[in-house]
Design a protein around this ligand. Structure first.
Ligand code: HEC
Length: 149
């Protein structure tokens, strides 16, 4: 008899806790996301900022940067972040020691690529001229490596 009487009172309490726990989980999830975004952004900015300084030191890079800005590259690549394709910092780190790096990257930009970084295809850019592609390649290769960390 007792158990039966208690039940209607116990149940709503339980539900209440369940809802509170659910909300806490959601809030923690949002906080986690917020912290990730917050931590992610300054890191991106710092490489981008150091790249801006580099362009000031080497004005010949400004043209390549303008070509990049005028193209669709940043839809799939970040300077510091991997999205659809590798980050340009990763690309720079991979090829900066290579003699033919400018020509190689310029060719990849114009002809597209697949299989080097994964199975996602980078589309061709036939509208980009050889001169523009080389300018972009030099800009990518000039991205300064990460210091410390
Ligand atoms: C639709 C998405 C997309 C766009 C737009 C795009 N890329 Fe890519 N890019 C990729 C993917 C995916 C890869 C990896 C391809 C692979 O694994 O071979 C890649 C790879 C690269 C590489 C490395 C190639 C290698 O052999 O290591 C360079 C350099 C590059 N992209 C530059 C550019 C530039 C410059 C632009 C703008 C003109 C651009 N990308 C636009 C998706 C894109």
């Amino acid at each position: 008899m007792r158990d039966y009487d208690d039940e209607p009172i116990q149940r709503p309490k339980w539900l209440g806790w369940l809802i509170i726990i659910g909300m806490v989980v959601v809030v923690l999830g949002l906080l986690n996301l917020g912290v990730r975004l917050y931590i992610g952004t300054p890191a991106d900015q710092s490489t981008a900022q150091r790249m801006q300084e580099m362009v000031q030191q080497r004005p010949e890079l400004a043209q390549g940067q303008a070509y990049m800005d005028g193209s669709d590259c940043m839809r799939c690549h970040g300077i510091d972040r991997k999205f659809v394709g590798p980050s340009f910092l990763q690309v720079a780190d991979k090829y900066r020691g290579q003699n033919d790096a400018t020509a190689y990257i310029a060719r990849k930009i114009r002809e597209g690529s697949v299989g080097v970084w994964g199975n996602t295809i980078m589309p061709r850019h036939p509208q980009v001229t050889q001169e523009q592609a080389e300018g972009m390649a030099d800009w990518i290769l000039a991205i300064p490596p990460k210091t410390g960390e």
